[in-house]
Design a protein around this ligand. Structure first.
Ligand code: BV8
Ligand code: ZN
Length: 242
């Protein structure tokens, strides 16, 4: 059956003027970057409220930085997989294409995607909690934990933690793309985290065909036009092949 579904989605993509893809940790799974939830998920060893919150960072910046330093090393050792590369192909072949990601690993950029809306920030950006200065830092491992700014302030990862607001500018751009889209692909996300998980619903309410690609059913599956069960690294290249 997956073949009919795949053929249908290929036709939708061929006819669409504006295509949007929303990705989650699952698109980086085949690059060896652990996902957040489910078997072997990142949160398995740690609980989100323990580490990915401003309170946790205020309480124990070193512990939070040990986790991020470990993740940066994991991501630095990873390479973009065929799913990331398929979205680069899609960006080049669609008249309008918007890539929205919940991931902070930077693998879409390394794959060659030109415009990436990063809803939850970027592991490789640091922000000073003192003077607010942002810097790009790819040291693996970091020279000191927690890293410090020249002003003496402690640097934090420039990511959006639970309880923190997303960038209004990025969220508006993502919502606008969802409203304008004819096809909205949702790839490798458990669709649990808000407000990201509302974007496919917004797209569907505005007439888009919502297509899910995931290894398993999710909270979103019942709200999609087509939900294809399988690995993104296998399915996406088939969707975008000439
Ligand atoms: C905010 C950055 C308010 C950090 C992340 C109760 C109800 C509703 C909402 C809430 C609630 N209580 C609290 C909230 C709000 C909260 C939230 O949504 N909580 C959830 C958990 C209930 N949201 C927030 O706090 C957001 N902010 O609401 O602010 C506000 C407003 C104004 C002013 C002040 C405050 C901020 C959310 C952002 C949190 N930051 N990341 C970091 O990464 O270190 S979220 C984190 O989860 C990652 O970004 C990750 O991407 C994201 C979502 O997880 P997924 O990507 O979906 O990954 P997951 O492992 O869950 O799933 C992987 C999927 O892939 C699975 O389905 C699997 O089957 C599939 N898969 C695996 N392998 C493959 C595959 N699929 C295909 N192929 C494969 N090979
Ligand atoms: Zn500073």
């Amino acid at each position: 059956m997956a073949m009919n579904q795949m053929e249908t989605v290929r036709q939708w993509l061929a006819k669409a003027d504006h295509v949007v893809a929303l990705t989650g940790a699952g698109i980086s799974a085949e690059s060896g970057v652990p996902i957040f939830r489910g078997a072997g998920g990142l949160w398995q060893q740690h609980r989100p409220e323990d580490l990915a919150t401003p309170e946790a960072f205020a309480r124990n910046p070193r512990l939070v930085w040990e986790w991020y330093d470990w993740r940066r090393a994991r991501v630095a050792a990873a390479v973009p997989n065929p799913a990331h590369l398929a979205l680069v192909t899609l960006e080049r072949s669609s008249s309008h294409f918007t890539l929205i990601t919940q991931n902070v690993d930077g693998l879409h950029d390394r794959a060659g995607s030109r415009h990436v809306l990063k809803l939850h920030g970027d592991l490789w950006q640091l922000r000073c909690t003192g003077c607010g200065n942002e810097s790009h830092n790819t040291d693996v491992p970091l020279l000191e934990l927690p890293p410090r700014c020249s002003c003496g302030g402690i640097l934090r990862p420039a990511v959006v933690w639970f309880g923190e607001a997303l960038s209004g500018k990025v969220l508006r751009a993502a919502s606008e793309a969802a409203v304008q889209s004819q096809v909205f692909l949702v790839i490798g996300t458990s669709a649990l985290v808000q407000p990201a998980a509302s974007l496919p619903l917004l797209a569907g309410q505005n007439g888009a065909r919502v297509v899910e690609i995931n290894r398993e059913r999710t909270a979103l599956s019942a709200h999609t036009d087509i939900s294809i069960c399988g690995a993104a690294g296998e399915l996406l290249p088939q969707l975008v092949a000439d």
